[in-house]
Design a protein around this ligand. Structure first.
Ligand SMILES: [Zn+2]
Length: 535
């Protein structure tokens, strides 16, 4: 990273501040002027009233009342004006090339999406970012580089430690990813092949990301029975790799484990107390979503790829062992103790299964609606090619406790759905506005300024996006205007394809991308680069 950059930027701001009054001989003109705003600036401070003047892609002025002309004026009518929300965990590459307006996110006020989570990213990310750069889009987008994808490329999906030579190759790929513009290294130690990685191998790779100013963000090895060990591991990766580390979509899965957020948060507090830069992100739902196979088959059954998995399922003895584990996973982990707690989000091999639960699929297969029948239905799904699932196995109490923690930011873990297709988790449509509606307005778990901080300046600071996430002169003009009395998520598990309500105007890089209930023709979204490639 160019270490002189912050100094140069400060000097620029200084000169800007000195010269600006003298340049105002003529009446000031803005490209866009927002009047009568109740400004929640993203810092966590309470709102104040003011006008915001935008020139090109930046905020030019904020004052109680701005005089001057503007090409376009938006009357906020006393509604909240906040920085555009930043989503640090998305699977936006599912869909963003089909729906580059990312309506589901923009209509929640989300203007920046970060990809490459859970250890999974395209490789090399340079090609992916170049494709995104040439895509006209409404949102800003950046990415992590995925440890799982790197390991897959060098070691495959074998259950073994990497050799010294393989580790050197993987370190080189992390370095390349950082130079290409990644924000850091993501891990998905729950998934194949991440789950086969010894902690110390992860530390080795994370340290490379850290040297280039990046962070580590982890879908942890286990969010159920071994969640405490996993939190310790995530902290150790940051502590030993000497870089910021983040527990992504923090949750406690499985009834026997509910309540353990007391201890996981204590571990985070202790780590922060001794100087480890450990943070958290979370979505506000008590159901998670991932593939049925990853969630309900043991990792060893998936080792070596699909054909090896099918071999194991054909062998009666091995199938029996897998089935026993699947029954346990439905009973005490992701399955939430009841086959009806597992829904199907989408299935490529049979789209008609979307929206059905595992008990219904068991019935369709003439199987009993018991744990055993559901396990057999699960193995059938794995054999057919797999489905994306929704798993109701999280307690509201843990959700709220994690949400209250000051080091927790908001991240959707969502994607860019094709409107109306399949039965995706509602988080893609509702995460940010659900926090504002349910956890701020209805339950008072968070104050409005604090909730907005967790969606704006906090993730911006985490990612080193020093020109976004706050409403201040000189910052990029990513802005959302919403009505705090009516903002809400409309998407439900039953009817997920419903846009957020109560958001009036969304601005990306100074241009209005959403107003009057519709997306505009503007496509001002930019690719955002991590610390090693920032100009
Ligand atoms: Zn994840």
């Amino acid at each position: 990273m160019n270490r002189r950059q912050p100094i140069a930027f400060a000097a620029f701001l200084f000169v800007f501040a000195i010269c600006t009054p003298f340049m105002r001989a003529q009446p000031t003109s803005y490209d866009l002027l927002i009047r009568n705003a109740r400004i929640v600036d993203g810092s966590g401070s309470p709102w104040y009233r003011g006008d915001i003047g935008i020139r090109a892609d930046r905020i030019a002025a904020i004052a109680a009342s701005l005089t001057g002309t503007a090409a376009r004026t938006v009357d906020a009518r006393g509604q909240i004006v906040a920085p555009g929300f930043i989503d640090i965990h998305t699977h936006a590459r599912r869909g963003v090339f089909d729906v580059p307006t990312a309506d589901n996110y923009i209509r929640q006020g989300v203007t920046t999406l970060i990809e490459g989570p859970d250890g999974s990213s395209p490789l090399p990310i340079a090609d992916f970012l170049a494709r995104l750069a040439s895509l006209p889009k409404s949102v800003n987008i950046g990415t992590f580089v995925g440890q799982g994808s790197i390991r897959e490329a060098i070691v495959g999906s074998a259950d073994r430690a990497a050799t010294a030579d393989e580790r050197a190759k993987m370190r080189a790929l992390v370095e390349q990813g950082m130079k290409d513009g990644a924000f850091g290294l993501s891990t998905g130690l729950f998934y194949v092949p991440g789950t086969f990685t010894p902690t110390e191998e992860v530390v080795d790779l994370a340290a490379v990301a850290g040297r280039f100013g990046g962070m580590h963000i982890s879908h942890m090895r286990d969010e159920a029975a071994k969640v405490l060990d996993s939190v310790r591991e995530t902290i150790a990766i940051g502590e030993n790799g000497r870089l910021p580390t983040q527990i992504t979509h923090h949750k406690i899965i499985g009834r026997p484990n509910w309540g353990r957020s007391v201890e996981t948060l204590k571990l985070v507090d202790e780590a922060r107390g001794r100087g480890v830069d450990a943070t958290i992100d979370q979505y506000p739902y008590t159901a998670s979503s991932t593939s049925i196979q990853s969630a309900l088959l043991p990792a060893w059954a998936l080792e070596g790829g699909r054909s090896r998995m099918l071999d194991r399922l054909r062998d009666a003895v091995t199938r029996g062992r897998i089935r026993t584990e699947t029954i346990r996973l439905i009973d005490t982990e992701r399955g939430g103790g009841d086959p009806r707690n597992v829904g199907i989000a989408s299935c490529d091999f049979d789209r008609s299964l979307a929206g059905k639960n595992l008990a219904e699929i068991a019935r369709l297969r003439s199987l009993p609606e018991t744990l055993e029948g559901a396990a057999d239905a699960t193995l059938w799904i794995a054999e057919q090619g797999g489905c994306q699932g929704i798993f109701h196995a999280i307690a509201e109490e843990d959700l709220e406790r994690i949400l209250r923690h000051p080091a927790t930011m908001i991240g959707s873990d969502g994607e860019v759905p094709i409107f109306g297709r399949a039965q995706p988790h509602p988080r893609s449509y509702g995460t940010f506005v659900r926090v504002l509606a349910v956890y701020v307005r209805e339950r008072g778990i968070l104050t409005m300024p604090d909730a907005i901080r967790r969606m704006t300046s906090f993730p911006a600071q985490r990612l080193g996006l020093h020109d976004r996430g706050l409403l201040r002169p000189g910052m990029k003009a990513d802005i959302v205007i919403f009505d705090p009395a009516t903002v809400r998520d409309a998407a439900t598990y039953e009817r997920p394809h419903q846009y957020a309500e109560g958001v009036g105007v969304v601005i990306t890089n100074g241009q209005v991308v959403f107003a009057d209930g519709a997306m505009t023709a503007a496509r001002p979204g930019a690719v955002l680069y991590g610390p090693a490639r920032r100009e």
